[in-house]
Design a protein around this ligand. Structure first.
Ligand code: NI
Length: 253
């Protein structure tokens, strides 16, 4: 399995990456994409990716972090993104759940577009964080196409919009929320798409799957997401592994 979205660069893990990686490997994880949310976490992600052959990095500024950006951060992201170990720009996008003021939302849009420009300049895909903003996100992707596509991380939109994002060259990332009892929407989405359209993720340390909901997440729990997908799509766990690995490699390599 490939964990397409985890934060080994998070303060809870960054001082012991080896311990994290070994635990993940013994639970069947072959590769980890370490996703960033600001300039500092991007530098840490690249360091981890340089030091551990199982790890790759995504660098970028999360929408909720744009208001804390410092001068020169974007230039630093672009410089880091040139590294071969960096597979994507992310996580970038829009979050209207936490930021309701129009001024802040406009700033999020501006930096989402600027980071799409970096991705296109370097010919890399993107990892999108989108919450309560699927329509604006779609409009931006339509008017600023991403050459290499990418992933809608932790997809929580409708089945109809899922098809529209897939048409633009995106796959959908599914994680712990899929295993929650009240997760009607992601289940509907997963039942409406093809085997080419989804990848696995944990978002560790966040969004631990059932029965660990509310606790610290870890890549070692990814098999719970994989098994849920197998159950919902009525295929074997091995088939989910094969499809998700192929899909990850098609987008990110
Ligand atoms: Ni994340």
């Amino acid at each position: 399995m490939i964990d397409s979205h985890c934060h080994i660069n998070d303060p809870s893990f960054k001082d012991h990456p080896e311990e994290y990686i070994n635990l993940g490997k013994s639970a069947g994880i072959a590769e980890f994409l370490v996703v960033s949310y600001d300039e500092k976490s991007s530098r840490i992600a690249v360091d981890i990716a340089k030091n551990y052959s199982e790890c790759f990095a995504a660098v970028g500024i999360h929408p909720s972090d744009v208001k804390r950006m410092k001068k020169g951060d974007l230039e630093s992201i672009e410089k880091l993104a040139k590294n071969d170990r960096v597979l994507a720009i992310g996580e970038i996008g829009l979050d209207y759940y936490w930021d309701k003021e129009k001024e802040v939302q406009d700033q999020q849009k501006e930096f989402f577009i600027k980071q799409i420009d970096i991705a296109n300049k370097l010919n890399k895909p993107i990892s999108i964080h989108c919450r309560d903003a699927y329509e604006d996100c779609y409009e931006i992707l339509k008017s600023h196409p991403v050459n290499k596509g990418g992933v809608m991380h932790c997809y929580g939109g409708s089945p109809e919009m899922a098809k529209m994002f897939i048409k633009l060259g995106f796959v959908l990332g599914f994680g712990g929320t899929l295993t929650f009892k009240n997760a009607r929407k992601p289940k509907e989405v997963l039942e409406s798409i093809s085997d080419k359209d989804y990848i696995l993720e944990t978002d560790a340390p966040y969004l631990a799957p059932d029965p660990y909901r509310g606790k610290q997440n870890h890549s070692k729990y990814l098999h719970l997401v994989r098994d849920k997908i197998a159950e919902l799509r009525n295929i074997s766990a091995e088939e989910v592994d094969r499809h998700t690995t192929e899909n990850f490699n098609r987008i990110f390599r």
